[in-house]
Design a protein around this ligand. Structure first.
Ligand code: NAD
Length: 483
């Protein structure tokens, strides 16, 4: 049995390198706005330097341990996460507000699965070799980068941490995790599990902090790679800091304004199911949420009727995230709540408000599932990522028209097409300018396939073999076979 000490009444607040800092973070519970803690460690320059130095010191031995040993450590960590999944989910729920029955359980399962999946890669990410037909045997080795770091957002705090740390560690890198200042507890609790799993000191560390801590990592001369998930605005800064410091490698997983396109011949029930889940899952705080729904004119009225009904049903599941029956929780904090409320307010002048549009209750940061229809393509609510349970529904006539509208965005994370016509589905899949496309489904991801976006949705990919390439540098060795 793991000795996991953390719970809602004993919150983890210390950096995993066990240093102290006079500056502290305040963390709030979004279900009622109450203060959870005002003394969570905020890593400053000294702590970041100490963690990087510890990682540098650990790297030479870590990269040389056998793949089987690395695999076993990752598997052990996965087991410990699973063993403590209820408590870890509680730590996340307290500050994110994601109910266990919906996003909470899904996220924590995804976290342990990610460690298992990448554990499986440890001894399978082989290099290449090319024959000596020209007198030279060529060997390509996948070399780890050294000290790597992940800066993660609040909306899936443990899963995003796992999707970055697991491939980094599997390929022999040391890893420093910087969780979001809004949701640090799950990541900080990882500290005791990392130790219990048996990772050598310095290999996997956690530094809580805010943007200033992230900036220290992004501009650090000894950090060789940053994998960042968060807003496009911060992603831009990270790219700049990487360029201005040591040209560290970067992966950016940023925002989205993903379209779901429903054709006349679509299975209505299926299309509604996916479109509702896409925008209500995690209270719409999902980067690849299909937030623009385009429906062909022949099915438009029927779709709208069913979509409205299903969203209204979902609204009935809003409530206390700690209650077993709740499926939809609050928006993460006051800042985000005010931001989403601003879009709702201004949206009333941009399109027709069909349902929702208001706060639920007078305590905490709950918002109704909302649909705006007939929104001009250049309207703010059609162009900007809202990051709440707010969908735009517009009508279209032709395939040509909808391809142009779907792609008329600076984002390119996800797109969905709903139709029974396989040729049309494949035509659109090819035409969508996005990193991921769902056919008769939308807003989903798998560990086995690359995850990421085009245009300003980011650069690089997570998951599958693709992320392993982002954490390694190919090294070419040329052997003169005639010598
Ligand atoms: P954010 O950009 O504000 O913060 C993300 C992380 O970056 C946090 O840990 C924060 O402390 C850190 N940070 C902030 N300023 C920084 C700076 N100057 N230098 C270095 N680090 C800094 O984003 P957020 O509000 O936490 O998350 C919401 C955003 O994340 C949305 O735009 C959403 O679409 C995006 N997101 C993308 C994906 C994806 O995979 N594409 C997944 C989830 C969320």
């Amino acid at each position: 049995m793991s000795s996991f000490p953390w719970s809602g009444s004993n919150l983890p607040k210390q950096l995993f390198i066990n240093n102290e800092n006079s500056k502290k973070l305040e963390v709030y519970n979004p279900k009622d706005g109450s203060l959870l803690a005002n003394d969570v460690a905020l890593a400053g320059e000294n702590e970041v330097d100490a963690a990087v130095a510890a990682a540098e010191a650990a790297f030479p031995a870590w990269k040389k341990i056998s793949a089987a040993e690395r695999r076993n450590l990752l598997l052990k960590l996965a087991d410990l996460i699973e063993e403590n999944s209820d408590k870890l989910a509680e730590l996340t729920r307290l500050s994110l507000g994601a109910p266990f029955a919906s996003f909470g359980s899904h996220e924590i399962k995804g976290t342990s699965e990610a460690y298992r999946y990448f554990a499986g890669w440890c001894d399978k990410f082989a290099g290449e070799s090319y024959p000596q037909d020209d007198g030279f045997l060529k060997i390509v080795r996948n070399e780890p980068l050294g000290v790597t770091a992940g800066i993660v957002p609040w909306n899936g705090p443990t899963a995003t941490a796992a999707l970055k740390s697991a491939p980094a560690l599997a390929t022999g890198n040391c890893f420093i995790l910087k969780p979001s200042e809004k949701t640090p507890f799950g990541a900080l609790a990882f500290g005791s599990l990392i130790k219990e799993a048996g990772f050598p000191p310095g290999v996997f560390q956690v530094l809580s902090g805010d943007g200033s801590t992230g900036a220290l990592l992004a501009s650090h001369m000894k950090v060789r790679k940053i994998s960042f998930t968060g807003s496009t605005a911060t992603g831009r800064k990270i790219q700049e800091m990487a360029a201005k410091s040591n040209l560290k490698r970067i992966t950016l997983e940023l925002g989205g304004k993903s379209p779901a396109v429903v054709f006349d011949d679509a299975n209505l029930e299926n299309a509604i199911f996916w479109c509702v889940n896409a925008i209500c899952g995690n209270t719409g705080q999902i980067c690849f949420a299909a937030s623009r729904v385009y429906v062909q004119e022949g099915i438009y009225d029927k779709f709208l009727e069913g979509y409205k009904k299903a969203m209204e049903e979902r609204a009935k599941t809003i409530g206390d995230p700690d209650a077993a029956e709740t499926l939809m929780g609050p928006i993460v904090d006051k800042l985000q709540f005010d931001r989403v409320s601003g879009f709702l307010e201004r949206g009333r002048n941009q399109g027709t408000l069909l349902i929702g549009g208001s706060r639920v209750g007078d305590q905490g940061y709950f918002i109704e599932p909302t649909i705006f229809a007939d929104v001009p393509e250049d309207a703010e609510i059609c162009k900007q990522e809202i990051f709440g349970p707010v969908a735009i529904v517009n009508k279209f006539k032709t395939e040509e028209e909808i391809i142009a509208k779907a792609n008329d965005t600076e984002y390119g994370l996800m797109a969905g097409v709903f139709t029974q016509d396989i040729n049309r589905a494949l035509r659109l899949s090819s035409e969508f300018d996005s990193g991921m496309v769902g056919v008769n489904c939308v807003s989903l991801a798998f560990l086995t396939t690359p995850f990421g976006g085009t245009k300003q949705s980011g650069t690089g990919r997570e998951n599958a073999i693709h992320v392993l390439r982002q954490y390694t540098e190919p090294k070419t060795i040329m052997v003169n076979m005639t010598y």
